[in-house]
Design a protein around this ligand. Structure first.
Ligand SMILES: [Fe+2]
Ligand SMILES: [Fe+2]
Length: 378
């Protein structure tokens, strides 16, 4: 069975086992209050709740998903709404088996997603386009609840969709706000350490910063304000980190923007980082060996590394300039407490020697180290 966590009242998260790039599947139960009439309610009659699943995962998830749904809603057959944020296989490959077993269920997604999802052999009568709901909301039959469908245009697919549930204030975001995080911690909630994984995911998968900004603007307009962000990969984001991470993401360069603007810097950074490794080797050969080992191992071979090695040499940088520098700095800070100041100075030198800008987060520390040394010399 998946690990089941109730993230808000009647809102559950199921998580696949993989430590890297695991999938989050969400179930929302809307308890039925009045068994009144209504066209849709006929479809759902004699039910305790209307049950919605969001991004139902892959075939690998199906056996355990079945156990989890038995526990939560009495089985797959009791699913009513199957929502897909887009049509990637990690999201949609269970759509057909679920529709076949939950005979009264309907599939909801964007028209753009449908154009591809119908190729699983789903009949048109089982599909309802998210765009077809008047004012983009759907009143859950027999309850006072409603849900809103929100486009996350080009994040990362043209027709990507999110679902806002104003009652629980949970925004299900699909791949948007997802992270390439290693879920080694016990908590399913993001903390500061989740940010590099979120930034990396967006730099790799999102096509442009403008697409991200438009989606964030839409999220900021929602009332009541979003309290919990529930993405398809990585950690759940809640509390102050919702605004904080949205703001950081708003200013992050991703996709084509990195390729356009950062190309010159990142190719020179390959050389600067190689020079930096050379300097570390002279400074402390043990630290050098340890640093290369950590840089090569810190990401799973399953997905793109921020900095790619060929043997002991850096061959390529896959993320933005600042992101790559930040990645190296975070490794130094985490693993080289004793040598931290010296190594940051060496990195600073390597950047300056090739006329590369020293990012602000680093410049401040360098200035502080410089001040300390100056006072020490007096
Ligand atoms: Fe995707
Ligand atoms: Fe995904």
């Amino acid at each position: 069975m998946h690990q089941i966590v109730e993230i808000a009242k009647n809102y559950y998260k199921l998580q696949s086992d993989e430590k890297d790039f695991h999938r989050n599947i969400y179930i929302r139960k809307f308890p039925i209050k009045n068994q009144g009439l209504g066209i849709l309610l006929n479809r759902f009659k004699r039910k305790q709740s209307i049950n919605m699943i969001m991004d139902p995962g892959t075939k690998l998830d199906l056996p355990r998903l079945e156990d989890s749904l038995n526990e939560l809603i009495g089985g797959i057959k009791n699913l009513d709404l199957i929502f897909v944020s887009h049509q990637d296989p990690d999201v949609s490959s269970n759509v057909l088996p679920l529709l076949m077993r939950a005979k009264n269920s309907i599939l909801i997604g964007s028209i753009d997603s449908w154009r591809l999802i119908k190729m699983y052999g789903v009949s048109k009568g089982r599909f309802k386009a998210a765009e077809s709901f008047v004012a983009s909301y759907f009143e859950i039959p027999g309850s006072d609840s409603k849900i809103y469908f929100l486009p996350a245009r080009y994040c990362h697919f043209r027709g990507a969709m999110m679902v806002y549930d104003p009652e629980t204030r949970v925004l299900f975001t699909g791949d948007f706000m997802a992270g390439l995080n290693t879920m080694s911690k016990r908590s399913i909630y993001a903390d500061e350490e989740a940010w590099p994984g979120i930034a990396l995911f967006h730099q790799i998968y999102m096509p442009s910063s403008k697409a991200i900004q438009r989606t964030i603007e839409l999220i900021r307009m929602l009332t009541p304000k979003v309290e919990i962000i529930a993405p398809q990969h990585g950690y759940i984001i809640k509390g102050e980190l919702v605004d904080e991470f949205l703001e950081r993401l708003y200013h992050l360069k991703v996709g084509m923007d990195i390729e356009d603007v950062d190309n010159v810097y990142t190719s020179r950074l390959v050389l600067a980082l190689s020079n930096f490794l050379g300097k570390v080797k002279v400074f402390n050969i043990i630290a050098h060996t340890k640093l290369i080992k950590i840089m090569k191992e810190s990401q799973s071979a399953n997905f793109t590394q921020p900095i790619v090695f060929m043997g002991e040499e850096i061959s390529k940088i896959n993320v933005g300039y600042e992101q790559a520098v930040e990645y190296v700095v975070s490794i130094i800070r985490k693993h080289f407490k004793k040598e931290e100041e010296e190594m940051l100075l060496l990195l600073n030198d390597a950047l300056v020697e090739l006329s590369l800008p020293v990012p602000q987060f680093m410049a401040k520390t360098i200035a502080e180290i410089g001040k300390k040394e100056f006072i020490g010399e007096e």
